[in-house]
Structure formats: structure tokens, C-alpha cells
Design a protein around this ligand. Sequence first.
Ligand code: ADP
Length: 561
Amino acid sequence: MIEMLRKINLSRAVRTMQELFPEEYNFYPRSWILPEEYQLFSTQIRLAKDSDASLKPTFIVKPDGGSQGDGIYLIRDPSDLRVIAGSQTKQSVVQEYIHKPLLIDKLKFDIRLYVLVKSLEPLEIYIAKEGLSRFCTEPYQEPSQKNLSHVFMHLTNYSLNIQSGNFVHSNSLSSGSKRTFSSVLYRLASKGVDIKKVWSDIISLVIKTVIALVPELKVYYQADIPPGKPGPSCFQILGFDILLMKNLKPVLLEVNANPSMRIEHEQEVSPGVFEYVPSPVDEEVKVGVIRDTLRLMDPAQRKPPVNRDSSDQATVFQSSTVQFWSNPEQQQEEMSVEVGSPEQGPGEGGVLPSLCLKQVFPKYTKQFSYLRTVERITALFLRFLGVKGNMRLGPTGFRTFIRNCKLSNSNLSMASVDILYIDITRRWSGMLPESRESGMGLQAFVEAFFYLAQRRFKSLSLREQVVSLLEVCEAQLENQVGGGPGGPLAEDSTSSARRSVSCSRTQPGRTPHPHYASTTSQALLAPQLYSPAVQRRASSQDYRLHQRLRPPQTHKASVDN
Ligand code: ADP
């Protein structure tokens, strides 16, 4: 999980989903991976500025694997990127900076929500009804050359802002530099904000993000815990960092695999004397998350997945139950959550408090299962992976996949298949220099799959092409008794997705916009138009399958050019 949630991996996973479902995944800021996409980043920004001289975008640079704001800085132009070792930029993600966040008391803040991934197979996700809101300690101004380095204005990290003289510790849950999310919602509700919609959008963002992460996680998971064998139950509490834009749209900043569960903070009790003192806000939020995780995971109590939330139990929350719709356009199953008041008390008479973790998946399966397309590709990948513990597909496995799915024909010879394998695998191993295992990883396989789908079903949208090819492959494999080298046809989790996928849901194809979006919201609404992956794939359209392709550009070459 830690590996998956490094900034680069998260960006890649979301980006793959953005290619298939651009509108559904428009909650993640446009991002480029450095150093490999430096050239693309710099060209796109230069073109955008050339076409609109008034454009003054800001970007945030985040080192891969960094946390607590370490090494993060803002820039206004690609030439401002800091370089290491003379010419290279560090492995990092550079991202469109959301310059119009929602402010409270003139301060920028973000939301930390705890999410329990209780199980991967079947997928079960719970969201904590209460979260933290972490405030900056310097009034916000839109980025300008003068204030770019003001971390207390632009970065909401607790670990940074605690160092500011303006940090306000408070014993109240609804004031100070760290508050409960519900107290923020109450405040917004009092100003007329539709907080049901805010919650509903957040739930949707969380489910979609987990759906983006599941494919790769399954590859890691089966390498350690082969399917069909009794093994340990794995679960994880994730920390989602979310920013609300001024228009109340939630934006995913990052997901932490190892969120802090501290319920105390360091305080200077007398000059020079520091002590750990309880932090009521942290306690309010985190104790419930741990308690409920243990309750839900307790093997002695293991029951089939429940569609239960605290509304059907004796509740200690002074709460208002609100009904949410994930998407007002589609009449979907309602999404509801209880918004706890800031005054929640302990359970009565030794009875445990009602669950603060709310199940959102499989509860809302219907709305989201059509997004699980990459998981279906992953099921094929795992099936042909073969050797236990392996995470990369060898050339023979790839050939077997092509042969068993009957994808080779007069338009696609086995020789071309080998070249495709070599080309994509080589390019991805250049992008993942730290990986020691050779062969085709899942992301490379997904790219190859997209390519094959585009080749075979020319006139459709990418999503339709991919779904059509999946149907071809799945139909072929279902006819083959006994499964492939990877074992049985184990696709329970995605079979419902398969059933619910229909090409009629597909958006009509779009014509790429030539210009860089001039506002964040515009850009967020149309990430597919600018996605570097789309560009990469566009250039991969001209794989010449009967010749070797150019070797991939090295990182150094990208930066030097
Ligand atoms: P870290 O893991 O180092 O905390 P984050 O991605 O969470 O890295 O970023 C740190 C902080 O920077 C966030 O808490 C948020 O305040 C701010 N931030 C991050 N990305 C953006 C963005 N795209 N737009 C605006 N602010 C951002």
C-alpha cells in the first residue's frame, strides 16, 4: 500500500482512470511525472502561455514519497523547477495548483478523512463520518511571485503550521487550527451551503480513488497471498487529504498509507518545557476509527458484509440524517451519511458507541461498478502471470494471453506481438528505474491492452474499445475449461462490473482542445484534454509493429532537450 500510494504511483493510477472516465475522475489536479515528463510539461505550458499571454498558472512540486509538506514548493514556470545533480529534477509530481480554495476565516484548510479498506476481494470500503480540518496559519492570497514561498499560507500540513507562532491550539472541536470536519460543515450549512452535496461528492471521490488503486493492489496482494488459500485478512486505514475548492468541489490531494493516529500534541507548558498533552479534536476523530476498525475486523465477529450504518442502531450521535445522491443527473441509489455533531458523547451503559465508520462499498456498488474496467484487465494479467509470487508478465505469458484470447490474426502477427511486448516493457522499465524484476508490469500491460483495443475497434471511444476487447477476451477464456496458466477464472469481484458495463454509458468522443485551460476549474473539468498520458498514448499510436521502435528517451535527454 505504501508503494502504491507514493505520489507518482497514485498519479499514474488516477490518470489511467482519467483516460477511460475523464468526467468521473476530474477530481484530481492535472499532474506531470518528473523527470520523465519534464519535456511534455514544459512544452504544454509554453504553448499555453504563447496562446494566452495573460495566463499566469501556478504549479506545486511534490517529491515522490515525500510527506508532511517536505520538499514541496510552488513555481510559476517549468524553468523554476529545482534541479539536482546538475540537470535532473528529483523524482516528483508537478501539479496544477488549486488557486481558489474555499476559505474559512480567510484561511485555507484541507480535510483529512479516514477510510478503511476492509477487504479487497470482495471490495469493502468504509468512510469515517468524522474527519479533521487542518488550517493554514497565514491568511490566504492567490499565488503571486511575492507569496510563493509562504508555506503557512499555501500548505495546510499540521506538521508545518504547528511551527508558526499563529497556530491556535484549542480544546474546542470547532475552533483553532485543527477542527473537526463536521464543525466546518455545520458552519458552511449555516451559510446556506448544501452540505449533503459536499458529502456525497466526497464519498464518490473516495470510492473512485480506491477503485483506481485496486488493480495494482491486487497484483501485490496475490504475490503474497495466493487466491484460494486460507491466509491472513489484510486491511488498511488510509488517510485521504482533500481540498474543497471555492465552488465546493472536492479535490484529491493525496492518500496516506500510514496516517498519523496520534491523539496528543506537543505543547510548551512553560518556557522551554514541552509536554505531550491530549488533543480533543484528534481523540474525537481517531479513537472511533481505531475502535470501529477493530470491531469490523474482529475475526470472532466475522460476518458477511453488512449494509449497516449507525442509523439503525441505538445512536449516541446528536445527528441529522441526510440523504445524498452521488450524481443528480442519474437517479441512483441514495448515498446517506450521518453528520455527527461536535458534541458526541460516550456510549451508554457499557454499550459501544454506534459505528462511526460507514460502509460505502459494496453499499453503492450499482453507481460505481462500471468503473472497474481496469480490474477486469488485471484479472487477465493475473491469469497469465503464472509463477506464484511474480508481479511481471514474461514474453511467453504475453504470447499465451494473445493466443488464448485469439487476438492474433492477419492484422496482428505474433512477431508484431513480440515487438509490442518489447517496446512497451522497455519503455516502462525506463520509467521505473528502481524495479529489479524484469518483464511487463500491470501498468505496461494495461497500456498494451489499450493499444490492442484501439487497433481492433478503430472508430469507438477508448472506453468502448477497451470494454469491447475485454468482452472478446473474457468470452474466449470462458470457453476454455480449466483456466490459463494463472489458475482458475477468478473474477468474482468484477463479474458484476462486467454485467453492468454497457457501451451505452460511454461518453461520445471529444475533440482535443488546442489550448491550455485558463482556469483551474476549466482544467479540472477536462483533464483528458491535457493528460500527458493521452499524449503519450497518442504518440504510441504509431507503433510500427513490423519494426523495432526508437529506444525510449532517457530521463537525462528529456531534461537536456
Ligand atoms: P505531503 O504528503 O507532503 O503532505 P500533499 O500532497 O498533501 O503532500 O501536499 C501538501 C499540502 O500542499 C496539502 O496539504 C495542501 O495544503 C497543499 N497542496 C497540495 N497539492 C495542492 C494543489 N494541487 N493545489 C493546492 N494546494 C495543494
